[in-house]
Write a protein that binds this ligand. Sequence first.
Ligand code: PLP
Length: 388
Amino acid sequence: MSKNNIMNTYGRFDVTFEKGIGSKIYDINGNEYIDFVSGVAVNCLGHSHPSIIKAITEQSKQLIHISNYYWNTKHTQLSEKLINNCDHEKVFFCNSGTEAIEGAFKLVRKYGKLTGNTDKSTLLYMDNSFHGRSMGALSITGQEKYQKDFLPLIPNVKKINFNDIDDLNENFNENVCGIILEPIQGEGGINVVNSDYLKEVRNLCDKYDALLIFDEIQCGMGRLGELFAYKKFDVIPDVICIAKGLGGGFPIGAFIANKKASNALSLGDHGSTFGGNPLGCAVSLAVLNELVEGGVISSVASKEIYLKEKLSELKNKYNVIDEIKGMGLLIGISIKINPKEFSDLCFKNGLLVVTAGTNVIRLLPPLNVTLQEIDDVINILELVMKKL
Ligand code: PLP
């Protein structure tokens, strides 16, 4: 089995996985790991969930793909389900988080044009943010290491400091058509947006007629204990980008907009061959059904408390931990040593975790994780800390 044909863009662990069930995943040699990466916040119901298997099996016998020249029932049902759970009006389906960001980027640029101010094209974005790797998403990803080799990027975007009200006020003006932020920066290090800051962002958007975009690609779809992350904050964005957990492992993304924002896009403005296909939408409907009606999301708050309590105990015992960060089941452990060294040791002890920022270990369990599995993870983390 040659691995030489794959482009060298990822620093992978030296392991090949073959199957997974719930929170557990097994490599080709039969070794078991607890998966607290969940495909980076994708497998919200764990591996091989029966409802996902059923949806894929049944829908694939009916209809897998048609063109967006036609309607399909799963597409409209999924849009209805999402809209019934938020304060917004219309959805556009795509296939990934990056594509959701691209669509939202186009939407705010068009919105700016429609105001009649021909200079209203600036999109503000945050330092330390992560929105994806395409040229548009990369242009508004506030991390030099991702941008530097691909310059020049898309013009009329401006990076500002996350949670810095003065910097926000200095850079907001009538030429801003939109501002994008993650309510919790995932890749950037599990940094939670400050509520006063967020209120000021909303005020300035209203004052200058600009659109507020929330990137909920990592923190949405139940991970914070609400289907939509914005419901945990006292502010309603105009546009929400979602993906990852929306398909529970099947590639699907979307951007959702309120009335004034969605009216900006008209016939022919945007499209996607695969977006909204019956198979993806059927899987997503099954996932949302488990998350909302099945009570998975309502179990997140108690698991958050349990996990944070156990992590605090570890923090009190081992001085390698600086801080426990994050909300819901998007938790960061900021540590005093190289996080790569830490995650490698976790891996050697049968636990998958992912790093974030410069000094954070990210825990992204499936939302249906059990308390017993949390205990098992705490035991492994303790073992790793002892070794360190
Ligand atoms: N936005 C956020 C907050 C993300 O975490 C990611 C991926 O990690 C993206 C956007 C890009 O999503 P995708 O990799 O599905 O294109």
